[in-house]
Design a protein. Sequence first.
Length: 485
Amino acid sequence: MARITMKFGGTSVGSPEAIAQVADIVKHTVDERHEVLVVCSAMSGVTNLLTEGALTAAAGNPTRYQAIATHLREKHSNAIRQLLPSDVERISIRDEVDSLIDEFETLCYGIYVLREASHRVMDKVTSLGERMAMPIISAALRHNGVSSTTISASYLIVTDDQFQNAGVLFDDTERRIRRELVPVLAQRIVPVVTGFLGATRDGVITTLGRGGSDYSAAILGAYVDSDEVWIWTDVDGVMTTDPRVAPDAQVLPVLSYGEVAEMAYFGAKVLHPKTVQPLVDRNIPIRVKNTFNPSFDGTLLTHEEHVTPSTVKAVTAIRDVSMITVAGRGMVGVPGIAARTFAAVAKQNANVLMISQSSSEQSICFIVPEEKSASVVESVQDELAHEYGRQDIQRTWADDDVEIVTVVGAGMRATPGVAARVFGALKEASVNVLAIAHGASDYSLSIVVRAADTERAVQSIHRLVVLNGISPNVHAPEPIKNAVS
Ligand code: ADP
Ligand code: ASP
Ligand code: MG
């Protein structure tokens, strides 16, 4: 017997057929005598529609959110109708979902009147998607013969009030999860918990950032002492690159926590970048599996590092970033300029994704999210006003037309020739390199390119470096019998 936390993503709960498949997966696993905790996303597309409704209302459009509400009512009632044959269950679940959609309309009306959508109210609006999906999935489980109940994560995951990207207060969260969830699991009831959201100590709803349900599952899985956390999605596992960019992308059977964290951080959408954090210290393995191909092993993520012959296992890209350059002849040998520059960046709450400094010390350049670029430039200029006055620094500017391409794989620094092969692939694709940096870990090398070159760069590196080095005989070990094969 094992305790398994299973997170089902948007596509995995995106239609009545998909939810029925989820119910089958859970039923099989429970029949194998495992304890299961389910963490659910909103049905696919719902979070985007909720966001659009609120933003169009804030822009003065009083009808779009109403049309969205109608669409959401139809989408969810259709699922309820197809999944639940009993009238009693149908009516009670439909009432629950309807009142959440009423709440959406009320919130959007308020936003429309005020012409303002604060981060706080956006969290309240976007959390509704998971809250609507939760009762439907739990009822589908019950209909499939699995004892199940629902618990909103607003009672379990306690966060600070950094709305839209809330930080988790781990001690409070652990206490609540141990108190509320563990006894339910011990009674062999499957709790269905909302992904993506949490609440402050005062009970105000927050969210963990887009794609945050993976992180929710990791937090919940860690504190219920799961043996494994399974992320069910719509692809066969973590792949060598984004399959939408390179259709010949292949599934990686095993990866280390460090490697997958680096991939996620540098743009691989398959996992939220914080997912591995709660699980690493507890050594809880993660599996990424396909809801629509459940017998396939998927990808197993653990501490173990396998260095492959090509070293490079995957290539990712991150968009919507901006390269900031601070340049001046007088920077040479002046101590502290870099420290003050990054202090100024930190003041804007901007995350620095990579840094590269030229050896002549005449410029520092670094990458921040594009939405922060203007405020970062201003903040650096203010901080270095004295150096500007003395002409030690001539210019600070932002270039928004850039993206980062990152290659990931354990053991890169110790392997000669990796960079040469990567740059060879870029040359082959006629891609100009604007800046490079090794990651702080040994797992990555990042290259800044023009936005228009990203896709070609990824495809060329993938074909010439990643796929060239794939070893056909690395297979995932099986710590837990796959209950659905
Ligand atoms: P979910 O709703 O299940 O969380 P997401 O859409 O958030 O699913 O993430 C899965 C998607 O991530 C895949 O459909 C795929 O298009 C995309 N993706 C990007 N990079 C990768 C990668 N390296 N491996 C697998 N999938 C990737
Ligand atoms: N539904 C949320 C989103 O679309 C969270 C998630 O799916 O992980 O961002
Ligand atoms: Mg996701």
